[in-house]
Ligand binder design. Sequence first.
Ligand code: ARG
Length: 454
Amino acid sequence: TKQKLWGGRFTGKTDPLMHEFNQSLRYDKRMHAADIRGSIAYAKALTKVGILTAEEEKKIVEGLQTVGQEWEQGVPDDEDIHTANERRLSELIGPLGGKLHTGRSRNDQVATDMRLWLLGEIKEVEAGLKGLIRVMVERADTEKDILLPGYTHLQRGQPIRWSHLLLSHAFSFHADLQRLQQLTPRVSVLPLGCGALAGNPFVVDREFLAKELDFQSVAENSLYGVGDRDFIVEFMMWASLAMTHISRMAEDLVIYSTAEFGFVSLSDAYSTGSSIMPQKKNPDSLELLRGKSGRVFGNMAGFLMTLKGLPSTYNKDLQEDKEPLFDVVDTVSASFQIAEGVVATMEVHADKMRQALTMDVLATDLADYLVRKGIPFRETHHISGRAVALAESRKCQLNDLTLEDYRSLNEKFADDIHSVFDFEASVERRESIGGTSRKMVDRQISVLRASLEN
Ligand code: ARG
């Protein structure tokens, strides 16, 4: 086994299981590039305060670059990513490698690596989220003519445009995009230079470090700098909310893809079959999206429990931040991509949606018709309700009732009653901001398109 970075005060051997238990390299190797990048910046900062000569800095930086390239070839066996990179550096350039850790601790190093790594991932996640929103907006733009019932309590409510429904989900993702952009400055706080806990005695220029590493600010308190993992919790909370939105959209589509609804069919690319029932085409992609949301909340809640009750600064419990965060990043990234693929490729059955538009979804419009003739809404609601009951008792639709039937309910009903029984006219009346009229759907599309620009 390799020599330990901290071996000096030890005489006994580490228990083999403890060695395994303590080792994080199998997962923290994902941060190898961030770790090298942080070390290169730190070497430069050490030169600025005279700990390294320019010549030494050059050797260390070149050594670190080589160590970075070697990661392509395979994973070494070390305690963690920081140990692996430092050990290899010293193998390559000799005792000079041992100067790099002057004033630095793995405590400020690991906090820096995690933030750097996450900042890189956030860019990818943001691009994935934008891709999903874009596909939804494009679909909404081309499918504005399609109408279907809007549901509350999963009961038919009022007619809406299919695009309006799609965009309702897109607006949840749009809020997620804003939230992601808003949490980024809190990830972009530099811990490097906080040392083990008390600060850096060689007075490295932390603002220089922040600039080198593209951090927006510097942790103002060293104990906070090494001990804080709220940025990880916050990102996972963000991801939990985004996954809730994915899950709710998936649930709509699961329902709409049943034979009973038949509003959409998923493409084969995102469906799977049954090992026994030959006819089955199951919406597994959607069910997995719905299911993965639970996994993401679990990671978030689990790590929050790890943090609760920890004493100040660094404790090894904090090593448990990695696997949940990595899993959350992988899960949301994949989920955005799958959701984008599902939405882009599913078939929408306008005819089925149209068939589900029964006349009763115009009962509100019927009440509104009388409102326009001066009757208070509370009364018109009741009158319309009686028309619904009458049609139900005759097993017919609202538009099958005669004008005489209507006039028996209220004398303000006139010839123009038939203008009510028009789904397109109903959606077009919803033309204040946020409504389902064509113009207001177009407005939503432009708002969302604009948000994708920045
Ligand atoms: N592998 C550790 C982690 O991920 C690095 C920090 C170790 N620091 C320490 N004092 N043991 O948290």
